[in-house]
Write a protein that binds this ligand. Structure first.
Ligand SMILES: [Ca+2]
Length: 327
């Protein structure tokens, strides 16, 4: 093989990779639970994804837009536009300590004051079907569907939402999950639209934490998105409630993974309906939802997450070994 061919082959591979990137809009209540910050950093580190827009949701969405902007500036990704979603309250965000008095005035990137309209326009103008990664209450999507129902023909939804058979902390019974319970009408509107829905319910993500060598690898990383995650986690209002050396439950990262792959999860299509309390109940007359109900390879997922956050290989054979040489 002459020296030109490997270079040509390499650029063809790059081209192939570029043409198969999944376009994603991230709709997030980042600033409440800290797992959204982990999920955002994960999305930024996944080469399969092309993050087109980040829209903030729930409570003080203006402060949340400032928080996203500071994170994007910190990790050098101000090329990604941010949209402010529907404001539902004034509650102070839980990462106010890290946000400080950060001012959008000097932010170099694009900010849309109407994040719902930005979502609609982006879906309409996209040549490829859009993936809506929704990891908060679904208030913005309800508003988008009201304004432009046709978006459901050009998009699919991947959400962290619901509880099919398992509740919080592995509790062996269904219970109302926060993102659904927070805005039941919105979740029902999203269920009623004719797009495909994939869900990461509590069944798969309700006990997911990084600890041991996995957490240590992220905490020791000097990759800007990993540094931003750990700084935010340590400044998070609820951080003092968690033991040192582990994450809180990283619900939203599983939905982020499901935007581009499902091989690590047990997947099943379940017909679901939503009751008045926000339970997602299996029901023959309900709408089909592709659900991740468990793990085929949890360790593989943790590895993928650590590598997306740090941008470096994770070698468990060396790093997971304890001081006594335990595997
Ligand atoms: Ca969330």
């Amino acid at each position: 093989m002459n020296s030109v061919l490997p270079a040509l082959y390499g650029s063809m591979l790059c081209l192939a990779a570029q043409t198969t990137l999944t376009p994603v809009i991230l709709d997030t209540d980042l600033g409440d639970d800290i797992d959204d910050t982990w999920a955002l950093a994960m999305v930024l580190g996944c080469p399969q994804l092309d993050l087109k827009l980040i829209v903030t949701s729930t409570h003080d969405t203006e402060a949340k837009t400032r928080l996203v902007a500071k994170i994007l500036e910190r990790v050098g990704r101000t090329d990604i536009p941010i949209g402010t979603g529907v404001k539902t309250g004034d509650r102070e965000i839980n990462q106010a300590k890290w946000l400080g008095n950060y001012d959008l005035g000097s932010y170099p990137g694009k900010i849309y004051e109407d994040g719902v309209q930005a979502t609609i326009e982006l879906i309409k103008s996209s040549s490829a079907p859009m993936t809506l990664l929704v990891i908060g209450p679904q208030t913005n999507l309800k508003e988008a569907l009201l304004r432009e129902p046709a978006i459901a023909e050009k998009a699919r939804v991947v959400s962290m939402a619901g509880s099919v058979e398992i509740g919080y902390r592995g509790k062996p019974e269904r219970e109302p999950e926060w993102n659904i319970r927070c805005d039941v009408a919105a979740a029902r509107a999203v269920f009623a639209a004719p797009w495909a829905i994939t869900m990461a319910p509590l069944d798969v993500c309700g006990t997911l934490v990084l600890d041991g060598a996995h957490y240590a690898h992220v905490a020791a990383s000097d990759t800007p998105r990993a540094v931003a995650v750990i700084e935010n986690y340590r400044a998070w209002k609820h951080f003092p409630n968690y033991p040192e050396g582990r994450s809180s439950v990283l619900f939203d990262t599983v939905a982020a993974y499901l935007t581009f792959d499902e091989a690590l999860c047990e997947m099943k299509t379940v017909n679901l309906s939503i009751d008045d309390e926000g339970n997602t109940v299996p029901d023959e007359t309900g709408r089909p939802v592709r659900c991740a109900l468990g793990w085929k390879n949890l360790d593989g997922f943790k590895r993928l997450l650590v590598e997306a956050l740090t941008g470096k290989p994770f070698r468990p054979a060396e790093e997971a070994r304890g001081p006594e040489g335990d595997p």
